[in-house]
Design a protein around this ligand. Structure first.
Ligand SMILES: [Zn+2]
Length: 120
């Protein structure tokens, strides 16, 4: 059996993200995550005199925010609503809202993980 061949081929609506949309999605994550962690770190520093919390949250804010922003930047497509047949149980499985990027992965209720890749 050829493992590289897909077991099922399905057609789904996919919207390609423009450069501005990708930058906006990445910026929201970078500033949202980093900003939230900085605010939490400052409030925690004022309320709890625990220097360890302060020392851990600030580097985490400056690493986690850009890292998540990079992952959002990598996503070039957003999936629309659709269903794909499960290769194991053959039941239609709805693609979850907000699924983005290739390979898209989500679970079937029967317990296996579905992976969507673009057709070559
Ligand atoms: Zn299934």
């Amino acid at each position: 059996m050829d493992i590289a061949r897909p077991k099922e081929v399905a057609t789904l609506p996919v919207r390609a993200l423009s450069l501005a949309e990708r930058v906006w999605r990445a910026s929201k994550l970078v500033f949202g995550v980093s900003g939230s962690l900085l605010v939490i770190g400052n409030i925690a520093l004022l309320l709890l005199p625990v220097p360890h919390l302060h020392l851990c949250l600030f580097p985490l804010a400056f690493i986690l925010g850009p890292l998540l922003g990079y992952f959002a930047w990598r996503d070039r497509v957003v999936f629309g609503r659709g269903e794909v047949p499960c290769p194991k149980c053959h039941e239609p499985v709805a693609v979850p809202d907000g699924t983005h990027g290739y390979p898209a992965r989500f679970n079937c209720p029967c317990g296996i993980r579905l992976e969507l890749k673009p057709a070559a």
